[in-house]
Design a protein around this ligand. Structure first.
Ligand SMILES: [Zn+2]
Length: 451
């Protein structure tokens, strides 16, 4: 006879039993208030994740690594930073404690030195194994490294390459676009230098005279080289530079704009857009042919001049509805915030996915949990985990941001799934299956990674 049936036969409860039941009741009530399920989170924490989007920095004994972004965002005009990006955010302190054994609960100037010393000590000790050690600390098995180049210490199989292709979309004189504001000025200077590098790699010192030559000699070879160099996806951060509304443009008008302005003056914006739109879809189509997934930055930010409206995911609908691009798989990075409902509606397109990188760093788990739940209730096999680990500041490096986003991203997932169990939408087994899908299996099947 079990203790439970024995207890049922008794008439009343002892004082001790009442207290035990009260404690259990309070635990359940507490869990449902925050929508978390501790044992679910424990299980989720055991799953080694695939991080769909991040910018890990190489271990370089002397000097610095600047290849972590084609458009580094550290020289922009000041903005009001979101709370969780501020240096005194509690997440940063927690990451310091967990990663560097930082012993204090504040970050005053004197203690800051202690943090730096401890961090540098770990870096020196782990040396080339340092980036992988960070992955282990964050429970990340594979991190997709969105970088201009890879290099020693950021290498397969733990790091997989996602290079940038925006520079190929802006082959003309960009001075007019760069003149809009100081952020664009810095961004286009960066893009111009990335494009120069693509030209050099094609054995050219100036752009070809015709669009046909440009596509044949520069664009396609650049994508093929990157594929050969280990790229599994290509990243567009076009939203930093223009709107995501890429119309379907015939080759004729695009050829005309290219031939008229290549190597000459800056084209009028409306004409330049025709060429950019054509190139975007051409590149996306080539990516489909080569088996490269296309990543698109879809989220507000970064920067005080960022065109938030221009990053509405619905602007990508005509691209996704292009029958000629159905071979191309697209991932909308960062879950489209603030357009989290709009982005959900696009997941029914057969070749469209999203990740929640950056939201995992910037939103509290309770808020992100609601977003994730909405997507999981719609098309769960298209939802991917991501961190957007990045060297945001001295205090919040790619290491700290990876750790924080991995922690919050998992807590948010537990909240989403816990809520779905509680409301009778799914079983606990299905919740764990969904957790594995989001953290690992969806990315594995998208990129063809082995078990
Ligand atoms: Zn990023």
């Amino acid at each position: 006879m079990s203790t439970l049936t024995r207890r049922a036969k008794r008439v009343g409860l002892s004082q001790e039993e009442r207290l035990v039941w009260l404690a259990i009741f309070m635990l359940i009530a507490g869990c449902s208030r925050t929508n978390t399920s501790p044992d679910l989170l424990t299980e989720i924490n055991r799953i080694r994740a695939i991080d769909n989007h991040a910018h890990p920095v190489r271990f370089v004994a002397n000097g610095a690594d600047r290849d972590f972004d084609a458009l580094p965002v550290d020289n922009m005009e000041p903005q009001s930073d979101p709370v969780q990006l501020r240096p005194n955010d509690s997440g940063t302190l927690l990451a310091w404690r967990m990663l560097w054994n930082y012993p204090y609960d504040d970050s005053n100037a004197q203690h800051m030195r202690e943090w730096k010393t401890r961090k540098e000590h770990v870096q020196k000790e782990k040396a080339k194994g340092y980036p992988e050690w960070i992955l282990d600390k964050a429970g990340i098995d594979i991190m997709l490294a969105n970088r201009v180049h890879m290099g020693s210490s950021i290498e397969p199989p733990r790091f997989r390459w996602v290079p940038y292709v925006d520079a190929l979309m802006f082959p003309l004189d960009n001075s007019q676009l760069a003149g809009k504001n100081s952020d664009r000025k810095a961004f286009f200077a960066d893009e111009d230098s990335v494009r120069q590098q693509y030209l050099r790699e094609a054995g050219l010192d100036s752009p070809p005279k015709t669009l046909d030559e440009y596509l044949r000699l520069v664009v396609t070879p650049a994508l093929e080289r990157q594929k050969q160099g280990g790229a599994i996806a290509e990243k567009f951060e076009a939203a930093y530079l223009r709107s995501l509304s890429f119309d379907k443009v015939d080759r004729g008008p695009a050829e005309k704009v290219y031939a008229t302005f290549s190597g000459r003056s800056a084209p009028p914006e409306s004409e330049y857009k025709l060429l950019q739109d054509f190139l975007f879809r051409f590149i996306a189509s080539e990516c489909g042919r080569l088996g490269l997934v296309v990543h698109v930055h879809v989220m507000a930010g970064a920067g005080s001049y960022f065109d938030v409206q221009g990053t509405n995911p619905l602007l990508l609908e005509s691209t996704f509805n292009d029958p000629e691009l159905r071979q191309t798989k697209f991932v909308m990075l960062h879950g489209g915030w603030p357009f989290i409902h709009e982005i959900a509606s696009l997941l029914t397109k057969p070749n469209v996915y999203l990740d929640y990188s950056a939201q995992s760093l910037l939103l509290p788990p309770a808020t992100l949990g609601q977003n994730i739940r909405e997507w999981l209730e719609w098309v769960p096999e298209k939802v991917l985990f991501g961190t957007d680990a990045y060297p945001y500041s001295d205090q919040l490096g790619w290491e700290e941001s990876a750790w924080i986003a991995a922690k919050r991203g998992r807590e948010a997932l537990a909240i989403a799934l816990g809520g779905m169990i509680r409301d009778g939408e799914i079983s606990r087994d299905r919740a764990l299956e969904l957790a594995r899908m989001v953290l690992r299996d969806n990315a594995r099947s998208l990129y063809g990674f082995p078990e």
